[in-house]
Design a protein. Structure first.
Length: 307
């Protein structure tokens, strides 16, 4: 009898991204809002990349990593926003299973890569503030390339395991994903397979990708704060802290978004509210990163004034 029921199951070929489940009258408003956000995100991050590549004063490790972060944010936004814009403009919220898995794979890879990259940038700031005399020796061109490549490669390798596990699940029931992009746990809720092991492995890999980079970032800034406090002059303290204030702002925003999305649901946060917080993590963070670095960075402001 069980085998007959299994044979009668119809496996889904596409998912429906429910998004914010707003009425049709709000679709065009959301389309315009997210279109402006996407345009500003791409423009701001391309500006950072061009600045880092073409301006000689920015040919230093900190801006090399910032250029990598800008590339990552462009990929991050382009993985989610164009699909959202298409659904709001055309009204078609369906996405094929293969496209959904691809979106999830890229999303997980880029999120993990950003964790590693922010940790590398915090280590760079630690060397600049706490080891200024040895900074050029430690943070040389070869090490910069190695750390940048390691961040990207580690991010893409880490999510390969999870994507393989999720693509081998069976989806034979409802196909409506309670989110505006393809994420692991909303997809697993639709599977007719046993997802207990996959869920545990997902949490484990997510912890490995986020906790060590967070601890490295936290310890780096702990040493930076201790070093800055020991500087005798107020001017020296201000100058030392200004070299890492922009990155600290980005780190706080990034990890605040992650904790809001993945910790609050454990305490009973409603799904619609969780989706709103996901907007900060997936859409607004890539938008504000170039703005923060542009507005809070003296070198960038001076370059803009010369243009």
């Amino acid at each position: 009898m069980t085998k007959l029921k299994w044979k009668n199951k119809t496996f889904v070929t596409e998912f429906i991204l429910l998004g914010f489940e707003n009425g049709p009258e709000l679709d065009y408003l959301l389309f315009l809002m997210f279109l402006v956000i996407y345009a500003m995100t791409i423009t701001g991050n391309i500006f950072i990349i061009v600045l880092v590549v073409l301006s000689r004063p920015f040919h230093i490790p900190m801006y090399f990593f910032l250029g990598n972060l800008a590339c990552l944010d462009i990929c991050y936004s382009s993985n989610i926003l164009p699909r959202m814009l298409f659904s709001y403009l055309g009204g078609d919220r369906s996405i094929s299973v293969r496209e959904c898995f691809t979106q999830y794979y890229l999303f997980g890879c880029l999120a993990a890569a950003e964790c590693y990259l922010l940790a590398v940038m915090s280590y760079d700031r630690y060397l600049a503030v706490c080891k200024p005399l040895h900074y050029s020796f430690h943070m040389n061109h070869k090490l910069c390339l190695q750390l940048g490549a390691a961040s990207w490669i580690s991010g893409f390798l880490s999510n390969s395991i999870l994507t393989f596990l999720i693509t081998n699940l069976d989806f034979c029931g409802p196909n409506e994903i309670e989110h505006f992009y393809c994420d692991s746990f909303p997809m697993m809720k639709l599977s007719c397979s046993d997802t207990h092991v996959v869920g545990l492995i997902t949490s484990l890999v997510a912890g490995v990708c986020s906790l060590p980079p967070f601890l490295l970032t936290f310890s780096s800034y702990l040493y930076i704060i201790i070093t800055v406090i020991r500087i005798p002059s107020a001017t020296g303290r201000k100058k030392a802290f200004s070299t890492c204030s922009s990155h600290l702002t980005v780190v706080l925003l990034f990890y605040w978004s992650i904790l809001t999305v993945y910790v609050l649901p454990l305490h009973g946060t409603k799904i619609p509210l969780n989706k709103v917080f996901s907007v900060f993590y997936t859409i607004l963070t890539p938008l504000v990163n170039p703005l923060i670095y542009s507005l809070r960075n003296k070198e960038v402001r001076k370059t803009l004034q010369k243009q």
